[in-house]
Design a protein. Structure first.
Length: 226
């Protein structure tokens, strides 16, 4: 059954010096870009296997060989993330679920859960929390131009501020399971260990030992033994 909503992956085109810069150090810019590409590929594969009415890549930059067929490519607009999300919903239309590309462990079943939640009567918003206080997914069932007003992005308070904003607008929401997104090498090691079959895990395992250094040596040891 095709779900009558758009599934949107928001991403930067992977490029050295522009992608996952918080992984540097211990990664080089090229290594960080390789991890970003692997995570993006995993996310797109999961999205391609999800029964959405439309599959969209909301992209900053130009699509590369990693971009699969069957996705509309829509350029991002705006200078900061809240503006880009607002413009994305405007350009793509609603209902739509926008998913970040830095949760390579995401599955088609979880994405389908998000779309189904968005289509439940009286549900107007969907949020997918992350462990660091942000969110990996947000969906709207109808247009709300002010949905991101006053929400600071990429902070430990982003999720709570977004919840408060949706409540201020009177939007009934549902929440998806909490995931760990990849911002640091500790995150990368933990996500790779938990999801060893992903391209992302393979890319992490292929890094030279110095690039796998993280505050969690146990995670690094486990990855080497996988």
């Amino acid at each position: 059954m095709t779900l009558k909503a758009a599934l949107v992956v928001i991403a930067k085109a992977p490029a050295a010096g522009l992608s996952k810069t918080r992984l540097c150090p211990p990664c080089t810019p090229e290594q960080a870009a390789a991890l970003a590409e692997a995570a993006l590929r995993d996310t797109l594969v999961a999205a391609a296997a999800t029964p959405a009415a439309r599959r969209v890549l909301l992209l900053e930059g130009a699509p590369g060989s990693w971009a699969p067929e069957g996705f509309e490519v829509v350029p991002q607009r705006g200078s900061e993330l809240g503006e880009r999300l607002t413009a994305g919903f405007d350009d793509i239309g609603v209902p739509a679920l926008i998913v970040a590309a830095d949760v390579p462990q995401v599955t088609p079943a979880l994405l389908q859960e998000g779309l189904e939640a968005l289509l439940v009567p009286d549900t107007e918003a969907v949020l997918g929390p992350t462990e660091d206080g942000g969110y990996w997914a947000i969906g709207l069932s109808r247009s709300h131009p002010g949905a991101f007003d006053g929400v600071p992005m990429s902070t430990s308070g982003t999720l709570d501020a977004q919840r408060d904003r949706l409540t201020e607008l009177g939007l009934a929401r549902r929440e998806l399971p909490c995931l760990r997104d990849v911002d640091s090498m500790a995150d990368a090691l933990a996500v790779a260990w938990a999801s060893p079959a992903t391209r992302f895990a393979g890319a992490v395992a292929a890094l030279p030992e110095p690039a796998r250094r993280a505050p969690s040596p146990v995670a690094a040891d486990r990855l080497l033994l996988r």
